[in-house]
Design a protein around this ligand. Structure first.
Ligand code: 9YT
Length: 131
């Protein structure tokens, strides 16, 4: 059994900060449970291009307001507290935060913990992530 607190993650290498978001990786590939889980904050007013070509991500919004635009279709989904979206088709999308947002993000295959988006919004495949 794994028991972990947010305070155990803050300030470690599993606490990843970028201009648009910061993400605390509470469960990672090292835990060998088949998925990873992040507590992620999206900064108000930001727009982030995301395209998880190598992962499925489920995102459960617990605070804030924003939207996801699917770049292929132009479809826009409002996202607020209590909304789940899952990118089971590896959809390329734009995440816009109208307010600060807080999301619980689950990835399969699991993140190693250090990932940030490349210029296409992609996280590398697990085997390609440097140790
Ligand atoms: C919702 C979302 O995809 N935000 C970008 C950060 C990512 N989910 C992460 O690594 O926590």
């Amino acid at each position: 059994m794994i028991v972990r607190k947010l305070e155990d993650i803050i300030g470690t290498t599993n606490d990843v900060d970028t201009p648009n978001w910061y993400s605390r990786r509470l469960l990672t590939a090292a835990d060998a449970v088949g998925f990873s889980l992040n507590d992620t904050h999206i900064r108000a007013g930001t727009e982030t291009l995301i395209w998880y070509q190598n992962h499925i991500e489920a995102v459960y919004c617990i605070e804030g307001q924003g939207e996801v635009e699917l770049t292929q279709s132009g479809t826009i989904h409002p996202i607020g507290a209590g909304t789940l979206y899952t990118l089971n088709g590896h959809e390329r999308h734009l995440l816009r935060a109208k307010t600060d947002m807080r999301m619980i993000c689950v990835f399969n295959p699991p993140l190693t913990g250090a990932e940030v988006h490349d210029s296409n919004g992609v996280y590398p495949a697990a085997a390609a992530v440097p140790a």
